[in-house]
Ligand binder design. Structure first.
Ligand SMILES: [Fe+2]
Length: 195
């Protein structure tokens, strides 16, 4: 089953509404995971761009999960690159970049902190290998000096914790104005840059 990538905010929200019921694999569904992640970002005082990144970081996964099977878990790091490609034209790099890097952030953390791997959920441990496993010295050094390192690590920490069954968090509708604001700011900044 092919799901078209959303190209407008409306389509993005519709995708979340229509595919959010899918199991994330850890006692929460995909939408619950996204909403918990955004709520954690908000609680930590993150920028609006990072809250949007938290909400939409798995958008690529919404498209790559196939068929109507109810019990699929994410299998690769590709959903990060796909998500960034979808979010970049809508929201710009401050949203797209942490999304692009959130799988690399997990691989980095597993590389420098073996205890972190043990603390990951079972599904996250399974996907770790498919996502490329630990980083080599070169990959590790390059990531550590990347300008998006801190934002990616923050997103990773919310992502890891956003898996509490039954947690009461604000619904998707409450993020519409935030998403519109971030998208409008990005569009305006591009227009001004173009002169
Ligand atoms: Fe996630």
């Amino acid at each position: 089953m092919t799901i078209p990538a959303p190209v407008t905010l409306e389509e993005l929200f519709t995708l979340y509404e229509s595919r959010g019921y899918r199991k994330y694999g850890e006692g929460v569904n995909a939408l619950e995971h996204a909403l918990q992640c955004a709520a954690l970002a908000f609680k930590d005082g993150a920028t609006q761009e990072l809250i949007a990144a938290a909400l939409f970081h798995d958008v690529g996964w919404f498209l790559t999960i196939g068929g109507d099977s109810d019990d699929v878990v994410p299998v690769s790091g590709d959903h990060a690159a796909l998500g960034a490609r979808i979010l970049s034209p809508l929201f710009g790099p401050e949203v797209a970049q942490p999304v692009a890097l959130h799988v690399l952030a997990k691989r980095w953390r597993c590389t420098i902190d073996p205890d972190y791997f043990d603390e990951l959920s079972e599904a996250s441990q399974i996907t770790f290998v498919a996502q490329g496993g630990t980083l080599n010295t070169d990959e590790r050094s390059r990531f550590e000096v990347h300008p998006g390192f801190n934002a990616a690590m923050a997103l990773r920490s919310w992502d890891d914790r956003a898996k509490t069954p039954g947690l009461d968090v604000p619904p998707l509708e409450e993020y519409r104005s935030l998403a519109l604001h971030v998208a409008t700011s990005w569009t305006m900044s591009r227009r001004f840059a173009a002169g």
